[in-house]
Structure formats: C-alpha cells, structure tokens
Design a protein around this ligand. Structure first.
Ligand code: FES
Ligand SMILES: [Fe+2]
Length: 384
C-alpha cells in the first residue's frame, strides 16, 4: 500500500457503494508524484489507446507520439500491419522520426543511420559493419481493436481482444476494420488527463454544460450509466428524446451501415474503456475520444470519427464532414469552459470530495479501477 499516494480513508470513501461514495481527492489531478505513479502503474502496464488505425491507411504512413515519457514511432509496414517502435536511434539517441507523414524508410537526422519499415538498420554512414550486428529499433506490442490502435509496454501483455471480448461482440456489426477516417481533431488541454476523461464519461453535466448542443436531443433526465463488464469498461447511454428534432440537418447525413442492431438508432452509447479511450457508435460509424497525458497538468484530447467507406460517395459527404467537425468544436468548447476551472480548483487544495450522481456511475467505476492500480501497483483484482 502506498499510503503517501492515497490514504486508506480516501480509498475507502471512493470504493463504497455509489450512494455513499465520495470522489477522489483533488491532489490526484496535479501532484507530480501521483502522475509518476500513474505513468508507471497504469500507462506502462495497461493497454493504452493511441489513435484510429485508419489514420495510417497506406504502407509507410507513420506518426509519432510520447507516452509515459517514451518516444514512439508508429508505422504501417510493407505487410500492411501497424507496428510500434521505440523512436530512439540505436546510435546516440536522436528521435528517428519526427511528426507524421509517409516514408519508405526512416533516416535519423543526426548521423543518417537508416531504418526500414520493419525497424531494421539498413544504412550507417562510414560504419557498414553495423549492418552485420542485427541492430533494430525495439518493438512495442500493438493491438488493433474496433479500429483503434493500442500499445502495451509489458513483455507479458494480455490478449486485448479477449480482455474486451464482451464489448467486441456487441460492436461486431460495425466492422470497424473496414471504416475510414472522416476527421481527427486534437484539442490541447491545460488540465489533467483524468479531468478530461471523466468529463467525457458522464451525462449529468449535459443539463448544464451542453444546453446548446446536446440537452435538447439527448437530455440528461433520460440518460443513464451502466457497469459494462464490471472490470475493463463502463457504459454511458444517451437516449434520443423522441420529441426533439434531429441533431443534424438531413442533407448532412450519410447512409447508415447495413445490419446494425435497433438500439443503434435509439441512443448514443459511450463506452468508457480504461484508462483513456471513449468509444461511441453512430448509424454510419464509430467515434473515438482518446486522452494522452503529457504532464500532471497537460494532456491532449483527440476526437476522431471513422465511417462507412461508402459515405464518400454520398452527395452529403462534405456537409456531413463539416457538420461533424463543427459539432466536435462546439461540444469540446463547452467542456473546456468547465475543465479549466476544475483544474484550478483541484490545484487550490480547497476541493472537498463530493458525492457521485447516479448518472456519474462511469466516473465512480473508473475511480474504483484507478485506486486498485495506484494503491498497490499490482494487478489487483477488482472487488466489485
Ligand atoms: S543518433 Fe541517430 S544516427 Fe546518430
Ligand atoms: Fe461534455
């Protein structure tokens, strides 16, 4: 038990039944020691979502990011698989690739060592003997699930598809691997990653924060939370009010995917997949919301939408795309109005942990998942 990170009283207050439970202390949203423990015990151990696979559709497409302090390079290789390498040159440590783009090989900018799409060293100026040494960029486990790329730093990473099998079966009709990227919108956040993630997984705030965007179509009073598989994810159900108008004009809608279950047109379901992915369905695709932490008080929240490849043929496609991007900006703008002051309050030391509303069941479930990992740093079996 790491009493210095969370006290037993703080843990006990959160893991009680939701009616009697209290939120976690404000310290977890800004303390650097807690952040370091999160990187070690959560982001270096769990499967972590990074981006939709459709972001890298062609061979040689690549992107880079830093996760838990480690520079990573993601590329679609010559066999069509997405692979993740340590983005640290095997010579003297420069990052082998920067930003994103398309490359047939990666030439390090420092002394021009070159690596192929399989991560193998193929050129080392003035040092050809290096090519005989089997030098390659270390590879990190990846798994693509529902069109989303995940990474896991552990040698003994569990099977992600098995871990999320219940939800995978539910979403099978969407054929996520066939969907194409409609948009990806990263939002820089000067608040803790959990402030952002928790905001995205409860419906209680729709009645206040999202009056202009969501409250008419998916009002708080008919929404509800559900426990998911009681382990890896929870659910948030936003039912469409049958008396409300449509969220989007009819000429900004593309044909739905075939053979979806009836519930798909009755509500949005947001699946809160710990620690950092929110996934929701639409009649024509899937939306992903991924939070990447950068420090105790900085993160990036990226909205993306992957759709039916036939959507491009629709005369409504351009209007659809613009309407969806504008909607993302509107909703995110509304959330930012709340997240920034919440971060300031957490940092002030004046926050007294409050109760959970029933519509915040996902936040409570996430907090229980979280304390089991932060409190002892092991694969603690959840007790609920
Ligand atoms: S650090 Fe990459 S070639 Fe020298
Ligand atoms: Fe929100």
């Amino acid at each position: 038990m790491s009493a210095e990170l969370l006290t037993q009283d703080e843990i006990d207050a959160t893991v009680r039944p939701i009616e009697q439970a209290r939120c976690l202390p404000g310290r977890i949203y800004h303390d650097d020691q807690i952040y370091a423990a999160e990187m070690e015990r959560i982001f270096s151990r769990e499967w972590v979502a990074v981006f939709p696979a459709a972001k890298l559709p062609r061979r040689g497409d690549y992107t880079t990011l830093e996760l838990a302090g480690r520079p990573l390079l993601f590329v679609r290789d010559n066999a069509g698989a997405i692979r993740c390498y340590s983005n640290v040159c095997r010579h003297r440590g420069m990052q082998v690739a920067l930003g994103e783009g398309n490359q047939r090989a990666f030439q390090c900018g420092y002394h021009h060592w070159t690596y192929n799409l399989s991560g193998e060293l193929t050129n080392a100026p003035e040092m050809p003997e290096m090519l005989q040494c089997g030098i390659a960029l270390p590879e990190i486990h990846t798994s693509v699930w529902q069109g989303v790329v995940f990474v896991n730093f552990r040698d003994d990473a569990p099977d992600l598809h098995q871990q999320l099998s219940k939800l995978g079966a539910l979403l099978e009709p969407w054929n996520a691997d066939t969907l194409e990227l409609l948009y990806e919108r990263p939002y820089a956040c000067d608040w803790n990653w959990k402030v952002m993630f928790e905001n995205g997984i409860e419906t209680y705030h729709i009645l206040g924060t999202h009056r202009a965007s969501l409250e008419d179509a998916t009002p708080t009073h008919i929404s509800y939370g559900a426990p998911g598989d009681n382990r890896n994810y929870a659910e948030v159900h936003l039912l469409f009010d049958p008396n409300a108008g449509e969220l989007f004009p009819v000429d900004a809608v593309v044909p739905p995917l075939p053979d979806l279950p009836p519930w798909a047109s009755e509500k949005f379901v947001y699946f809160a997949i710990y620690p950092n992915l929110i996934l929701s369905q639409t009649p024509d695709g899937l939306q992903t919301y991924i939070t990447i932490p950068h420090s105790s008080e900085e993160s990036t929240f990226t909205w993306a939408y992957i759709t039916n490849p036939d959507a491009k043929e629709s005369p409504n496609y351009e209007k659809f795309k613009r309407a969806q991007e504008d909607f993302a900006d509107l909703v995110q703008g509304e959330d930012e109005v709340c997240c920034r002051p919440v971060q300031a309050s957490m940092k002030s030391g004046d926050y007294l942990p409050g109760p959970y509303n029933q519509r915040e069941l996902s936040v409570w479930a996430f907090h229980r998942w979280y304390v089991h990992r932060i409190a002892d740093g092991t694969e603690a079996t959840a007790t609920w």
